[in-house]
Write a new protein. Structure first.
Length: 633
Protein backbone atom coordinates (compact mmCIF):
# COMPACT_ATOMS: atom_id res chain seq x y z
CA UNK A 1 0.00 0.00 0.00
CA UNK A 2 1.36 3.39 -0.97
CA UNK A 3 2.41 5.53 1.94
CA UNK A 4 0.95 9.04 2.08
CA UNK A 5 3.22 11.91 2.99
CA UNK A 6 2.50 14.51 5.61
CA UNK A 7 2.36 18.02 4.27
CA UNK A 8 5.75 19.73 4.38
CA UNK A 9 4.79 21.96 7.29
CA UNK A 10 3.21 19.05 9.12
CA UNK A 11 6.35 16.99 8.66
CA UNK A 12 8.45 19.78 10.14
CA UNK A 13 6.04 20.09 13.05
CA UNK A 14 6.03 16.35 13.70
CA UNK A 15 9.81 16.37 13.87
CA UNK A 16 9.62 19.17 16.45
CA UNK A 17 6.92 17.27 18.32
CA UNK A 18 9.05 14.15 18.64
CA UNK A 19 12.28 15.90 19.57
CA UNK A 20 11.63 19.30 21.11
CA UNK A 21 8.23 20.33 22.36
CA UNK A 22 7.28 18.23 25.36
CA UNK A 23 9.38 18.62 28.49
CA UNK A 24 8.27 15.24 29.88
CA UNK A 25 7.68 12.26 27.62
CA UNK A 26 5.16 10.80 30.08
CA UNK A 27 2.69 13.46 28.94
CA UNK A 28 1.74 11.30 25.93
CA UNK A 29 -0.62 9.15 28.01
CA UNK A 30 -2.48 12.19 29.28
CA UNK A 31 -2.96 13.43 25.71
CA UNK A 32 -4.24 10.13 24.34
CA UNK A 33 -6.63 9.58 27.28
CA UNK A 34 -7.92 13.15 26.88
CA UNK A 35 -8.57 12.49 23.19
CA UNK A 36 -10.46 9.31 24.10
CA UNK A 37 -12.53 11.24 26.63
CA UNK A 38 -13.32 13.89 24.00
CA UNK A 39 -14.47 11.17 21.56
CA UNK A 40 -16.79 9.72 24.19
CA UNK A 41 -18.08 13.20 25.02
CA UNK A 42 -19.06 13.71 21.38
CA UNK A 43 -21.08 10.51 21.28
CA UNK A 44 -22.61 11.05 24.70
CA UNK A 45 -23.75 14.58 23.85
CA UNK A 46 -25.11 13.31 20.55
CA UNK A 47 -27.14 10.72 22.47
CA UNK A 48 -28.61 13.52 24.56
CA UNK A 49 -29.56 15.64 21.55
CA UNK A 50 -30.68 12.91 19.15
CA UNK A 51 -32.15 10.60 21.73
CA UNK A 52 -31.75 7.55 19.47
CA UNK A 53 -28.27 6.15 20.11
CA UNK A 54 -29.27 3.85 22.95
CA UNK A 55 -26.33 4.91 25.14
CA UNK A 56 -26.21 5.90 28.80
CA UNK A 57 -23.25 7.40 30.58
CA UNK A 58 -22.45 4.08 32.27
CA UNK A 59 -21.83 2.46 28.88
CA UNK A 60 -18.65 4.41 28.21
CA UNK A 61 -15.15 3.34 29.21
CA UNK A 62 -11.51 3.93 28.33
CA UNK A 63 -9.43 0.75 28.45
CA UNK A 64 -5.66 0.47 28.80
CA UNK A 65 -3.83 -2.72 27.72
CA UNK A 66 -0.09 -3.23 28.19
CA UNK A 67 1.84 -6.13 26.64
CA UNK A 68 5.47 -6.22 27.79
CA UNK A 69 6.42 -9.09 25.51
CA UNK A 70 5.10 -7.38 22.38
CA UNK A 71 6.13 -3.94 23.73
CA UNK A 72 2.70 -2.53 22.91
CA UNK A 73 0.43 -0.17 24.79
CA UNK A 74 -3.19 0.19 23.71
CA UNK A 75 -5.71 2.92 24.56
CA UNK A 76 -9.25 1.91 23.62
CA UNK A 77 -12.46 3.93 23.76
CA UNK A 78 -16.02 3.34 22.62
CA UNK A 79 -16.65 6.91 21.62
CA UNK A 80 -17.63 8.61 18.40
CA UNK A 81 -14.87 7.11 16.25
CA UNK A 82 -13.63 8.53 12.93
CA UNK A 83 -14.47 8.04 9.30
CA UNK A 84 -11.76 7.64 6.67
CA UNK A 85 -12.04 11.32 5.81
CA UNK A 86 -11.75 12.29 9.48
CA UNK A 87 -8.67 10.10 9.92
CA UNK A 88 -7.15 11.81 6.91
CA UNK A 89 -8.10 15.25 8.18
CA UNK A 90 -7.29 14.84 11.86
CA UNK A 91 -4.21 12.60 11.71
CA UNK A 92 -2.86 13.30 8.24
CA UNK A 93 -2.57 17.05 8.70
CA UNK A 94 -0.82 18.13 11.86
CA UNK A 95 -1.74 21.54 13.24
CA UNK A 96 -4.07 22.08 10.36
CA UNK A 97 -4.30 25.85 11.07
CA UNK A 98 -0.65 25.81 9.87
CA UNK A 99 -0.13 29.48 9.10
CA UNK A 100 3.17 30.80 7.87
CA UNK A 101 3.43 32.90 11.04
CA UNK A 102 3.14 29.75 13.11
CA UNK A 103 5.79 28.03 11.00
CA UNK A 104 8.14 30.98 11.38
CA UNK A 105 7.64 30.92 15.15
CA UNK A 106 8.63 27.27 15.23
CA UNK A 107 11.98 28.10 13.64
CA UNK A 108 13.16 29.55 16.96
CA UNK A 109 13.34 26.64 19.38
CA UNK A 110 13.47 29.04 22.32
CA UNK A 111 9.99 30.35 21.51
CA UNK A 112 7.99 27.18 20.98
CA UNK A 113 4.45 28.11 21.93
CA UNK A 114 2.11 25.29 20.86
CA UNK A 115 -1.19 24.57 22.55
CA UNK A 116 -3.69 21.74 22.33
CA UNK A 117 -6.06 23.54 20.04
CA UNK A 118 -3.58 23.01 17.19
CA UNK A 119 -4.29 19.27 17.37
CA UNK A 120 -0.74 18.18 18.14
CA UNK A 121 -1.43 16.21 21.34
CA UNK A 122 -1.91 12.91 19.51
CA UNK A 123 1.58 13.11 18.01
CA UNK A 124 3.21 13.10 21.45
CA UNK A 125 2.83 9.31 21.09
CA UNK A 126 5.83 9.32 18.72
CA UNK A 127 8.10 10.44 21.56
CA UNK A 128 7.84 6.95 23.08
CA UNK A 129 6.82 4.87 20.05
CA UNK A 130 8.47 3.50 16.93
CA UNK A 131 5.06 2.93 15.38
CA UNK A 132 1.53 4.17 16.05
CA UNK A 133 -1.50 2.24 14.82
CA UNK A 134 -5.02 3.69 14.98
CA UNK A 135 -8.12 1.59 14.21
CA UNK A 136 -11.34 3.58 14.26
CA UNK A 137 -14.97 3.03 13.40
CA UNK A 138 -17.32 5.99 13.37
CA UNK A 139 -20.68 5.64 15.09
CA UNK A 140 -23.38 4.74 12.59
CA UNK A 141 -20.87 3.59 9.95
CA UNK A 142 -20.30 0.03 8.73
CA UNK A 143 -16.66 0.29 7.73
CA UNK A 144 -13.64 0.72 10.04
CA UNK A 145 -10.24 2.07 8.97
CA UNK A 146 -6.68 1.69 10.13
CA UNK A 147 -4.20 4.59 10.19
CA UNK A 148 -0.56 3.66 10.70
CA UNK A 149 2.66 5.63 10.83
CA UNK A 150 6.25 5.25 11.97
CA UNK A 151 6.84 8.98 12.17
CA UNK A 152 7.68 11.84 9.88
CA UNK A 153 8.12 9.61 6.80
CA UNK A 154 4.32 9.41 6.33
CA UNK A 155 1.30 7.19 7.00
CA UNK A 156 -1.05 4.65 5.46
CA UNK A 157 -4.82 4.22 5.67
CA UNK A 158 -6.64 0.98 4.84
CA UNK A 159 -10.00 -0.75 5.37
CA UNK A 160 -10.21 -3.14 8.34
CA UNK A 161 -12.87 -4.98 10.27
CA UNK A 162 -14.14 -3.73 13.63
CA UNK A 163 -17.40 -4.65 15.30
CA UNK A 164 -18.07 -1.69 17.57
CA UNK A 165 -17.68 2.05 17.21
CA UNK A 166 -14.74 3.79 18.82
CA UNK A 167 -10.98 4.06 18.47
CA UNK A 168 -8.10 1.76 19.37
CA UNK A 169 -4.63 3.28 19.47
CA UNK A 170 -1.70 0.86 19.65
CA UNK A 171 1.76 2.16 20.43
CA UNK A 172 4.83 0.06 19.74
CA UNK A 173 7.11 1.31 22.48
CA UNK A 174 10.71 2.17 21.64
CA UNK A 175 13.60 0.08 22.87
CA UNK A 176 15.44 1.35 25.95
CA UNK A 177 18.57 3.45 25.51
CA UNK A 178 21.32 4.63 27.84
CA UNK A 179 19.41 7.87 28.45
CA UNK A 180 15.78 6.70 28.35
CA UNK A 181 13.96 3.72 29.85
CA UNK A 182 10.91 3.49 27.59
CA UNK A 183 9.95 0.11 29.09
CA UNK A 184 8.59 1.87 32.17
CA UNK A 185 5.56 2.95 30.14
CA UNK A 186 4.58 -0.73 30.01
CA UNK A 187 4.84 -1.16 33.80
CA UNK A 188 1.54 -1.46 35.60
CA UNK A 189 2.77 0.69 38.48
CA UNK A 190 3.94 3.49 36.16
CA UNK A 191 0.72 3.50 34.14
CA UNK A 192 -1.41 3.67 37.27
CA UNK A 193 0.75 6.50 38.61
CA UNK A 194 0.49 8.55 35.42
CA UNK A 195 -3.28 8.17 35.29
CA UNK A 196 -3.57 9.18 38.95
CA UNK A 197 -1.32 12.17 38.32
CA UNK A 198 -2.78 13.54 35.10
CA UNK A 199 -6.15 11.93 34.37
CA UNK A 200 -7.66 11.06 37.74
CA UNK A 201 -10.67 13.28 37.11
CA UNK A 202 -11.54 12.22 33.58
CA UNK A 203 -15.32 11.74 33.78
CA UNK A 204 -15.32 8.21 32.32
CA UNK A 205 -13.77 5.13 33.94
CA UNK A 206 -10.23 4.32 32.83
CA UNK A 207 -9.86 0.58 33.25
CA UNK A 208 -6.98 -1.88 33.08
CA UNK A 209 -6.38 -5.52 34.02
CA UNK A 210 -4.07 -5.40 37.04
CA UNK A 211 -2.23 -8.11 38.88
CA UNK A 212 -3.45 -8.87 42.41
CA UNK A 213 -2.71 -11.42 45.08
CA UNK A 214 -4.96 -13.64 47.21
CA UNK A 215 -4.52 -16.58 49.59
CA UNK A 216 -4.78 -20.01 47.98
CA UNK A 217 -7.52 -22.32 49.09
CA UNK A 218 -6.02 -25.10 51.26
CA UNK A 219 -7.13 -28.01 53.44
CA UNK A 220 -6.87 -25.68 56.40
CA UNK A 221 -4.34 -27.50 58.61
CA UNK A 222 -3.30 -25.55 61.70
CA UNK A 223 0.43 -25.69 60.93
CA UNK A 224 0.08 -25.00 57.25
CA UNK A 225 1.66 -21.72 56.13
CA UNK A 226 -0.59 -19.56 53.95
CA UNK A 227 0.27 -19.53 50.25
CA UNK A 228 -0.68 -16.81 47.83
CA UNK A 229 -1.53 -16.78 44.16
CA UNK A 230 -1.66 -13.95 41.67
CA UNK A 231 -4.62 -13.24 39.46
CA UNK A 232 -5.75 -10.53 37.06
CA UNK A 233 -8.68 -8.26 37.77
CA UNK A 234 -10.21 -5.35 35.87
CA UNK A 235 -9.70 -2.20 37.92
CA UNK A 236 -10.88 1.37 37.47
CA UNK A 237 -7.81 3.56 37.88
CA UNK A 238 -9.35 7.02 38.15
CA UNK A 239 -11.70 8.55 40.72
CA UNK A 240 -13.70 10.41 37.99
CA UNK A 241 -15.44 12.94 40.24
CA UNK A 242 -13.26 15.89 41.31
CA UNK A 243 -13.96 17.11 44.83
CA UNK A 244 -13.90 20.70 43.61
CA UNK A 245 -16.73 20.03 41.15
CA UNK A 246 -19.09 19.18 43.98
CA UNK A 247 -21.17 21.96 45.53
CA UNK A 248 -20.12 23.34 48.89
CA UNK A 249 -23.35 22.07 50.43
CA UNK A 250 -22.30 18.50 49.56
CA UNK A 251 -18.99 18.82 51.39
CA UNK A 252 -18.01 18.89 55.04
CA UNK A 253 -14.88 20.23 56.69
CA UNK A 254 -13.48 16.72 57.02
CA UNK A 255 -13.90 16.19 53.26
CA UNK A 256 -11.74 19.22 52.52
CA UNK A 257 -9.23 18.35 55.25
CA UNK A 258 -8.87 14.73 54.12
CA UNK A 259 -8.44 15.81 50.50
CA UNK A 260 -5.79 18.35 51.49
CA UNK A 261 -3.81 15.98 53.67
CA UNK A 262 -3.84 13.18 51.11
CA UNK A 263 -3.05 15.36 48.10
CA UNK A 264 -0.39 17.55 49.70
CA UNK A 265 1.07 15.07 52.19
CA UNK A 266 0.45 17.28 55.20
CA UNK A 267 -0.30 15.91 58.65
CA UNK A 268 -2.16 19.04 59.80
CA UNK A 269 -5.48 20.47 58.66
CA UNK A 270 -5.37 23.68 56.61
CA UNK A 271 -6.09 26.85 58.52
CA UNK A 272 -8.32 28.09 55.69
CA UNK A 273 -10.14 26.55 52.71
CA UNK A 274 -11.18 28.69 49.73
CA UNK A 275 -13.59 26.98 47.33
CA UNK A 276 -14.88 29.26 44.60
CA UNK A 277 -16.64 29.00 41.23
CA UNK A 278 -16.34 31.91 38.81
CA UNK A 279 -18.25 32.38 35.58
CA UNK A 280 -17.78 35.18 33.11
CA UNK A 281 -15.19 36.21 30.55
CA UNK A 282 -13.07 33.41 31.97
CA UNK A 283 -14.72 30.62 33.97
CA UNK A 284 -12.94 28.44 36.48
CA UNK A 285 -13.21 26.56 39.75
CA UNK A 286 -10.54 27.03 42.40
CA UNK A 287 -9.92 24.97 45.51
CA UNK A 288 -7.25 26.64 47.61
CA UNK A 289 -5.76 25.81 50.99
CA UNK A 290 -3.76 27.89 53.44
CA UNK A 291 -1.60 25.42 55.40
CA UNK A 292 -1.76 25.27 59.17
CA UNK A 293 2.04 25.11 59.34
CA UNK A 294 4.78 26.38 57.06
CA UNK A 295 6.50 23.57 55.14
CA UNK A 296 9.96 22.80 56.53
CA UNK A 297 11.62 24.20 53.39
CA UNK A 298 9.26 27.15 52.86
CA UNK A 299 11.82 29.88 53.49
CA UNK A 300 14.53 28.17 51.44
CA UNK A 301 15.46 28.32 47.77
CA UNK A 302 14.28 24.72 47.39
CA UNK A 303 10.61 25.62 47.89
CA UNK A 304 8.62 25.68 44.66
CA UNK A 305 5.40 27.64 44.58
CA UNK A 306 2.43 27.05 42.30
CA UNK A 307 -1.08 25.68 41.94
CA UNK A 308 -2.08 22.58 40.03
CA UNK A 309 -3.70 23.59 36.76
CA UNK A 310 -6.48 21.54 35.18
CA UNK A 311 -8.43 21.88 31.98
CA UNK A 312 -11.84 20.21 32.38
CA UNK A 313 -10.46 17.78 34.94
CA UNK A 314 -7.25 17.00 33.03
CA UNK A 315 -4.06 18.17 34.71
CA UNK A 316 -2.02 20.55 32.57
CA UNK A 317 0.68 21.39 35.08
CA UNK A 318 1.56 20.23 38.57
CA UNK A 319 2.88 23.59 39.77
CA UNK A 320 1.78 26.61 37.78
CA UNK A 321 3.79 29.41 39.39
CA UNK A 322 2.07 32.11 37.30
CA UNK A 323 -1.18 31.66 39.21
CA UNK A 324 0.28 32.97 42.48
CA UNK A 325 2.30 36.08 43.31
CA UNK A 326 5.36 35.38 45.45
CA UNK A 327 3.80 36.94 48.54
CA UNK A 328 0.96 34.37 48.39
CA UNK A 329 3.28 31.48 47.55
CA UNK A 330 2.20 29.64 50.70
CA UNK A 331 -1.20 28.89 49.14
CA UNK A 332 -1.70 25.32 47.91
CA UNK A 333 -4.46 24.03 45.73
CA UNK A 334 -5.68 23.84 42.18
CA UNK A 335 -7.53 25.65 39.42
CA UNK A 336 -9.74 23.93 36.85
CA UNK A 337 -10.95 25.85 33.80
CA UNK A 338 -12.66 24.64 30.66
CA UNK A 339 -11.50 27.83 28.94
CA UNK A 340 -7.86 26.74 29.00
CA UNK A 341 -6.45 24.49 26.31
CA UNK A 342 -4.16 21.56 27.08
CA UNK A 343 -1.01 23.62 26.88
CA UNK A 344 2.23 22.02 25.91
CA UNK A 345 4.80 24.65 26.70
CA UNK A 346 5.30 26.59 29.89
CA UNK A 347 6.24 29.57 27.74
CA UNK A 348 2.74 29.69 26.32
CA UNK A 349 1.20 29.65 29.77
CA UNK A 350 3.24 32.66 30.76
CA UNK A 351 1.63 34.69 27.99
CA UNK A 352 -1.90 33.32 28.28
CA UNK A 353 -4.31 36.20 28.89
CA UNK A 354 -6.93 33.93 30.40
CA UNK A 355 -4.40 32.57 32.85
CA UNK A 356 -3.42 36.09 33.86
CA UNK A 357 -7.08 36.98 34.37
CA UNK A 358 -7.51 33.97 36.64
CA UNK A 359 -4.37 34.91 38.60
CA UNK A 360 -5.66 38.45 39.17
CA UNK A 361 -8.99 37.18 40.47
CA UNK A 362 -7.32 34.63 42.71
CA UNK A 363 -5.11 37.32 44.22
CA UNK A 364 -8.16 39.41 45.15
CA UNK A 365 -9.99 36.37 46.49
CA UNK A 366 -7.08 35.28 48.68
CA UNK A 367 -6.77 38.78 50.12
CA UNK A 368 -10.49 39.07 50.87
CA UNK A 369 -10.53 35.67 52.58
CA UNK A 370 -7.49 36.55 54.70
CA UNK A 371 -9.06 39.87 55.69
CA UNK A 372 -12.27 38.09 56.65
CA UNK A 373 -10.30 35.65 58.80
CA UNK A 374 -8.44 38.54 60.44
CA UNK A 375 -11.70 40.29 61.30
CA UNK A 376 -13.77 37.29 62.39
CA UNK A 377 -11.27 34.75 63.73
CA UNK A 378 -8.30 36.66 65.13
CA UNK A 379 -6.75 33.68 66.90
CA UNK A 380 -6.62 31.69 63.68
CA UNK A 381 -5.27 34.67 61.71
CA UNK A 382 -2.51 35.28 64.24
CA UNK A 383 -1.57 31.61 63.90
CA UNK A 384 -1.46 32.04 60.12
CA UNK A 385 0.57 35.26 60.39
CA UNK A 386 3.19 33.69 62.63
CA UNK A 387 3.73 31.08 59.90
CA UNK A 388 3.57 33.24 56.78
CA UNK A 389 3.62 36.91 57.87
CA UNK A 390 7.27 37.16 56.93
CA UNK A 391 6.36 36.38 53.32
CA UNK A 392 3.75 39.17 53.29
CA UNK A 393 6.36 41.62 54.57
CA UNK A 394 8.82 40.55 51.88
CA UNK A 395 6.01 41.22 49.41
CA UNK A 396 5.74 44.79 50.70
CA UNK A 397 9.45 45.32 50.20
CA UNK A 398 9.64 43.72 46.74
CA UNK A 399 8.97 46.08 43.89
CA UNK A 400 9.61 49.11 46.11
CA UNK A 401 6.12 49.01 47.59
CA UNK A 402 4.33 48.18 44.33
CA UNK A 403 2.11 45.64 46.12
CA UNK A 404 1.26 47.69 49.20
CA UNK A 405 -2.40 48.14 48.22
CA UNK A 406 -2.82 44.38 48.39
CA UNK A 407 -0.72 43.70 51.48
CA UNK A 408 -0.82 46.69 53.83
CA UNK A 409 -4.12 45.61 55.40
CA UNK A 410 -2.81 42.08 56.04
CA UNK A 411 0.47 42.74 57.89
CA UNK A 412 0.67 42.86 61.68
CA UNK A 413 3.17 44.21 64.21
CA UNK A 414 3.53 43.93 67.97
CA UNK A 415 1.92 46.81 69.88
CA UNK A 416 3.48 48.44 72.94
CA UNK A 417 -0.01 49.06 74.35
CA UNK A 418 -1.94 45.93 73.33
CA UNK A 419 0.98 43.58 74.02
CA UNK A 420 -0.13 41.61 70.95
CA UNK A 421 0.01 41.69 67.17
CA UNK A 422 -2.15 44.43 65.65
CA UNK A 423 -2.95 45.62 62.15
CA UNK A 424 -2.04 49.07 60.88
CA UNK A 425 -5.70 50.06 60.66
CA UNK A 426 -6.17 49.11 64.32
CA UNK A 427 -3.18 51.24 65.29
CA UNK A 428 -4.49 54.26 63.37
CA UNK A 429 -7.94 53.89 64.94
CA UNK A 430 -6.34 54.34 68.39
CA UNK A 431 -4.10 57.31 67.54
CA UNK A 432 -4.42 60.33 69.80
CA UNK A 433 -5.95 63.50 68.30
CA UNK A 434 -2.62 65.35 68.41
CA UNK A 435 -0.58 62.39 67.07
CA UNK A 436 0.89 62.99 63.61
CA UNK A 437 2.85 59.80 62.99
CA UNK A 438 2.75 56.03 63.29
CA UNK A 439 5.69 55.43 65.61
CA UNK A 440 7.83 52.30 65.48
CA UNK A 441 10.96 50.89 67.08
CA UNK A 442 13.22 48.12 65.79
CA UNK A 443 15.18 45.50 67.71
CA UNK A 444 15.89 41.84 68.25
CA UNK A 445 12.98 41.13 70.63
CA UNK A 446 9.97 42.98 71.98
CA UNK A 447 11.48 42.89 75.48
CA UNK A 448 14.67 44.56 74.32
CA UNK A 449 12.77 47.16 72.32
CA UNK A 450 10.56 47.92 75.30
CA UNK A 451 13.64 48.93 77.28
CA UNK A 452 15.12 51.24 74.62
CA UNK A 453 15.74 54.76 75.97
CA UNK A 454 14.28 56.24 72.76
CA UNK A 455 10.81 54.95 73.63
CA UNK A 456 10.53 56.77 76.97
CA UNK A 457 9.15 60.12 75.81
CA UNK A 458 6.54 58.54 73.51
CA UNK A 459 5.36 56.20 76.25
CA UNK A 460 5.15 59.16 78.64
CA UNK A 461 2.92 60.93 76.12
CA UNK A 462 0.73 57.82 75.88
CA UNK A 463 1.59 57.11 72.25
CA UNK A 464 1.41 53.55 70.95
CA UNK A 465 4.60 52.16 69.39
CA UNK A 466 4.91 49.29 66.91
CA UNK A 467 7.76 46.93 67.78
CA UNK A 468 9.54 45.57 64.69
CA UNK A 469 11.50 42.37 65.37
CA UNK A 470 11.94 40.78 61.93
CA UNK A 471 14.93 41.80 59.81
CA UNK A 472 12.66 42.76 56.92
CA UNK A 473 10.28 44.90 59.01
CA UNK A 474 11.94 48.28 58.78
CA UNK A 475 12.73 47.84 55.10
CA UNK A 476 9.06 47.04 54.46
CA UNK A 477 7.95 50.08 56.47
CA UNK A 478 10.28 52.26 54.40
CA UNK A 479 8.53 51.01 51.23
CA UNK A 480 5.08 51.67 52.69
CA UNK A 481 6.04 55.24 53.62
CA UNK A 482 2.54 55.93 54.95
CA UNK A 483 -0.74 54.28 55.84
CA UNK A 484 -4.12 56.00 55.84
CA UNK A 485 -2.32 59.31 55.21
CA UNK A 486 -0.23 58.83 58.36
CA UNK A 487 3.53 58.68 57.85
CA UNK A 488 5.76 56.26 59.73
CA UNK A 489 8.44 57.58 62.07
CA UNK A 490 11.11 55.69 63.96
CA UNK A 491 11.57 56.42 67.68
CA UNK A 492 15.23 56.96 66.74
CA UNK A 493 14.43 59.56 64.10
CA UNK A 494 16.23 62.90 64.28
CA UNK A 495 13.01 64.74 65.09
CA UNK A 496 9.98 63.05 66.65
CA UNK A 497 7.93 66.20 65.91
CA UNK A 498 6.20 66.23 69.28
CA UNK A 499 4.69 69.54 70.27
CA UNK A 500 6.43 71.31 73.15
CA UNK A 501 5.35 74.23 75.25
CA UNK A 502 6.98 77.63 74.71
CA UNK A 503 8.84 77.28 77.99
CA UNK A 504 10.16 73.82 77.05
CA UNK A 505 11.40 75.07 73.70
CA UNK A 506 13.16 78.07 75.23
CA UNK A 507 14.81 75.91 77.88
CA UNK A 508 15.99 73.40 75.28
CA UNK A 509 17.43 76.13 73.08
CA UNK A 510 19.20 77.69 76.09
CA UNK A 511 20.78 74.40 77.13
CA UNK A 512 21.89 73.61 73.57
CA UNK A 513 23.56 77.02 73.26
CA UNK A 514 25.31 76.69 76.61
CA UNK A 515 26.60 73.23 75.73
CA UNK A 516 27.48 73.94 72.10
CA UNK A 517 31.27 74.05 72.48
CA UNK A 518 31.37 71.06 74.80
CA UNK A 519 29.27 68.92 72.44
CA UNK A 520 31.49 69.83 69.50
CA UNK A 521 34.54 68.90 71.59
CA UNK A 522 32.98 65.50 72.39
CA UNK A 523 32.29 64.89 68.70
CA UNK A 524 35.92 65.61 67.85
CA UNK A 525 37.05 63.35 70.69
CA UNK A 526 35.09 60.47 69.18
CA UNK A 527 37.14 60.94 66.00
CA UNK A 528 34.53 60.39 63.27
CA UNK A 529 32.50 57.72 65.05
CA UNK A 530 29.46 60.02 65.15
CA UNK A 531 28.16 62.72 62.88
CA UNK A 532 26.93 64.79 65.82
CA UNK A 533 26.71 64.93 69.62
CA UNK A 534 23.63 66.76 70.84
CA UNK A 535 21.33 67.21 73.80
CA UNK A 536 18.18 65.13 73.77
CA UNK A 537 14.70 65.97 75.00
CA UNK A 538 13.38 62.48 74.14
CA UNK A 539 15.15 60.75 77.07
CA UNK A 540 13.66 60.54 80.55
CA UNK A 541 15.72 58.36 82.90
CA UNK A 542 18.51 57.10 80.64
CA UNK A 543 21.62 59.26 80.26
CA UNK A 544 22.39 58.50 76.61
CA UNK A 545 21.17 56.89 73.40
CA UNK A 546 22.29 56.44 69.82
CA UNK A 547 20.15 57.63 66.89
CA UNK A 548 20.74 58.06 63.17
CA UNK A 549 20.39 60.71 60.52
CA UNK A 550 19.06 59.98 57.04
CA UNK A 551 17.22 56.93 55.72
CA UNK A 552 19.58 54.25 57.06
CA UNK A 553 18.78 53.40 60.67
CA UNK A 554 21.08 51.63 63.10
CA UNK A 555 18.89 48.52 63.01
CA UNK A 556 19.01 48.47 59.20
CA UNK A 557 22.79 48.81 59.43
CA UNK A 558 22.92 45.68 61.61
CA UNK A 559 20.74 43.70 59.19
CA UNK A 560 22.72 44.70 56.10
CA UNK A 561 26.07 44.04 57.74
CA UNK A 562 24.95 40.56 58.81
CA UNK A 563 24.66 39.55 55.16
CA UNK A 564 27.53 37.56 53.60
CA UNK A 565 29.03 40.39 51.55
CA UNK A 566 32.35 42.20 51.67
CA UNK A 567 30.70 45.61 51.59
CA UNK A 568 29.71 47.02 54.97
CA UNK A 569 27.54 50.06 55.67
CA UNK A 570 27.24 52.41 58.61
CA UNK A 571 24.39 54.69 59.55
CA UNK A 572 25.09 58.35 60.19
CA UNK A 573 25.18 58.00 63.98
CA UNK A 574 24.21 60.69 66.47
CA UNK A 575 25.08 60.48 70.19
CA UNK A 576 22.26 62.01 72.22
CA UNK A 577 22.76 63.06 75.87
CA UNK A 578 19.81 63.47 78.21
CA UNK A 579 19.45 67.19 78.89
CA UNK A 580 17.66 66.43 82.18
CA UNK A 581 20.14 63.86 83.51
CA UNK A 582 22.79 64.67 86.16
CA UNK A 583 25.43 63.43 83.74
CA UNK A 584 25.08 66.69 81.79
CA UNK A 585 26.13 68.77 84.78
CA UNK A 586 29.09 66.46 85.36
CA UNK A 587 30.16 66.89 81.76
CA UNK A 588 29.91 70.68 81.95
CA UNK A 589 32.00 70.92 85.11
CA UNK A 590 34.60 68.56 83.69
CA UNK A 591 34.77 70.55 80.47
CA UNK A 592 35.57 73.67 82.49
CA UNK A 593 38.16 72.00 84.72
CA UNK A 594 39.73 69.08 82.81
CA UNK A 595 38.87 68.49 79.17
CA UNK A 596 40.82 65.23 79.02
CA UNK A 597 38.29 63.67 81.36
CA UNK A 598 35.54 64.71 78.93
CA UNK A 599 37.29 62.62 76.26
CA UNK A 600 37.03 59.57 78.52
CA UNK A 601 33.41 60.41 79.30
CA UNK A 602 32.60 60.76 75.59
CA UNK A 603 34.16 57.38 74.78
CA UNK A 604 32.40 55.75 77.72
CA UNK A 605 28.99 57.20 76.85
CA UNK A 606 29.41 56.18 73.21
CA UNK A 607 30.24 52.60 74.19
CA UNK A 608 27.25 52.53 76.55
CA UNK A 609 25.02 53.67 73.69
CA UNK A 610 26.45 50.90 71.48
CA UNK A 611 25.65 48.28 74.12
CA UNK A 612 22.09 49.59 74.47
CA UNK A 613 21.62 49.23 70.70
CA UNK A 614 23.01 45.69 70.71
CA UNK A 615 26.10 46.73 68.75
CA UNK A 616 29.59 45.46 69.55
CA UNK A 617 32.06 47.72 71.35
CA UNK A 618 34.83 48.54 68.94
CA UNK A 619 37.63 48.27 71.56
CA UNK A 620 36.63 46.34 74.74
CA UNK A 621 40.09 46.83 76.26
CA UNK A 622 39.92 50.61 75.87
CA UNK A 623 36.39 50.55 77.34
CA UNK A 624 37.59 48.63 80.38
CA UNK A 625 40.57 50.95 80.86
CA UNK A 626 38.30 54.03 80.64
CA UNK A 627 36.00 52.66 83.34
CA UNK A 628 38.94 51.87 85.63
CA UNK A 629 40.58 55.24 84.97
CA UNK A 630 37.41 57.13 85.87
CA UNK A 631 36.86 55.01 88.96
CA UNK A 632 40.29 55.93 90.33
CA UNK A 633 39.93 59.69 89.81
Amino acid sequence: MAKKQFKAESKRLLDLMINSIYTHKEIFLRELISNASDAIDKLYYRSLTDGNTGFSRDDFTITIEADKDARTLRIIDNGMGMTKEELEKNLGTIAKSGSLDFKAEMENKDEIDIIGQFGVGFYSAFMVSDKVNVVSKAFGEDQAYEWESTGADGYTIKDVGKEVNGTEITLTIKEDTEDERYSEFLDEYKIKGLIKKYSDYIRYPIQMMVEKSRPKETDGGEDEKPEYETYMELETLNSMIPLWKKTKSELKDEDYNNFYQEKYYDYADPVKVIHTDVEGVVSYTALLFIPGKAPFNYYTKDFEKGLQLYSSGVMIMDKCADLLPDYFSFVRGLVDSQDLSLNISREMLQHDRQLKAIAQRLEKKIKSELLAMCNTDREKYVEFFKNFGLQLKYGLYEGFGAHKEILQDLVMFYSSQEKALVTLSEYVSRMKPDQKYIYYASGETTDKIDKLPQTELLKDKGYEILYLTDDIDEFAIQMLREFDEKQFKSVSAEDLDIEESKEEKEEAEKQAEESKDMLEYMKEALDGKVAEVRLSQRLKSHPVCLTAKGGLSIEMEKVLNSMPTDEKVQAERVLEINAKHPILETLRKSYESDKDIVKDYAALLYDQALLIEGLPIEDPVAFSNSVCRLMTK
